[in-house]
Design a protein around this ligand. Structure first.
Ligand code: ADE
Length: 224
């Protein structure tokens, strides 16, 4: 999978690319991640890419021309399955969408800043708007990094024990059961006996019961 990130803060992604699953997936060549600085496509001396809004409301807007030029160049080099604009106005990201994105070949993540981006950049190029929740971030880079992490870990071969991604919360639209590690007894708190029994049938049954119990308690809406 190839992911191109269009942003005014390309360095934001340096640390993300150097940690944990994303770093590993880059090393394993399961994913390629490229950042593109919108400022490089500015046509003025100051390399500015934002301007005042028409209509008099306060707040700056990322201009259409540098975004259009950047994405047009990318599109001239290869086909993209999705060009995603991270925006609070988008569809809220969920596990089903992460799964869908994880099997696509090439995607672009477009990060907005300030008040957002000129609508014409969306009209020209964007195939999907994604929000990471009903709150407003200062920049789409934070949202893009969440899309990156939640999608890249699902790319086949990225997580060594692939089955572990299958047991994630939300993989069946339900929450994950509680998990434990050693020691079996800590400050009077005992790991459930069934998990120490070695009886896989009983353990699976216990896990299924816990999944329902936890989901009922914490997110009853998921059971509706
Ligand atoms: N940009 C600003 N707020 C956002 C949100 N909630 N989701 C995605 N992108 C955003």
């Amino acid at each position: 999978m190839r992911i191109d990130i269009v942003t005014i803060f390309p360095k934001f992604f340096n640390s993300i690319k150097n940690h944990s699953i994303i770093k590993r997936s880059l090393l394993k060549k399961k994913v390629e991640i490229f950042t593109h600085d919108i400022r490089h496509f500015s046509k003025n001396k100051q390399k500015s890419v934002d301007d005042y809004q028409f209509g008099g409301d306060p707040g700056m807007v990322l201009q259409v021309q540098p975004i259009d030029d950047c994405i047009s160049q990318l599109k001239s080099e290869r086909d993209y399955c999705e060009i995603i604009y991270l925006s609070p106005c988008g569809e809220t990201l969920n596990q089903v969408e992460c799964n869908r994105l994880s099997v696509l070949k090439n995607i672009i993540l477009l990060c907005g800043n300030y008040k957002g981006i000129d609508q014409r950049a969306i009209d020209l190029h964007v195939t999907k708007e994604i929000s990471i929740g009903d709150y407003v971030l200062t920049g789409g880079e934070f949202a893009a990094s969440i899309v990156l992490d939640s999608v890249v870990r699902l790319i086949p071969g990225v997580i060594s024990n692939e089955s572990s991604a299958l047991f994630d919360s939300f993989q069946d639209n339900l929450l994950a059961p509680p998990i434990y590690s050693r020691p079996a007894l800590y400050k009077n708190l005992q790991v459930p006996n069934v998990l120490l029994s070695g009886d896989t049938k009983k353990i699976d049954k216990w896990k299924e019961e816990q999944i329902i119990k936890v989901t009922k308690n914490k997110r009853p809406d998921l059971l509706d």
